[in-house]
Ligand binder design. Structure first.
Ligand SMILES: [Zn+2]
Length: 94
């Protein structure tokens, strides 16, 4: 990098076009909406009252009356589901 004096260019090797596209939130917002059904079920129900997901670590340790065994079992089931999905996704490239 020093040999091509990138550090003196200020914007690195990114073109102005690439930097401009990086500031455009359109694609990110479309991605968020498109994938919402997948991540929405995992949002902590105490962080967002409309959510139904498992408690986040912070709420898991501070919320009273929580059945920790049930929460851990639910989290394990969800993580297992994510794992199965990732395996299926990885195998789809074969
Ligand atoms: Zn939370």
């Amino acid at each position: 990098m020093c040999e091509v004096a990138v550090d003196h260019a200020g914007r690195g090797v990114a073109s102005s076009d690439l930097l401009q596209r990086g500031q455009d939130r359109t694609h990110l917002e479309a991605f968020i909406l498109e994938t919402r059904p997948y991540w929405r079920a995992l949002v902590c129900r105490d962080c967002d009252r409309d959510a139904t997901g498992p408690l986040c670590r912070s709420h898991l340790t501070t919320t009273r009356g929580v059945d920790l065994g049930e929460e851990v079992r639910a989290l394990r089931d969800r993580i297992d589901g994510i794992g199965r999905h990732l395996v299926r996704y990885a195998r789809s490239f074969r």
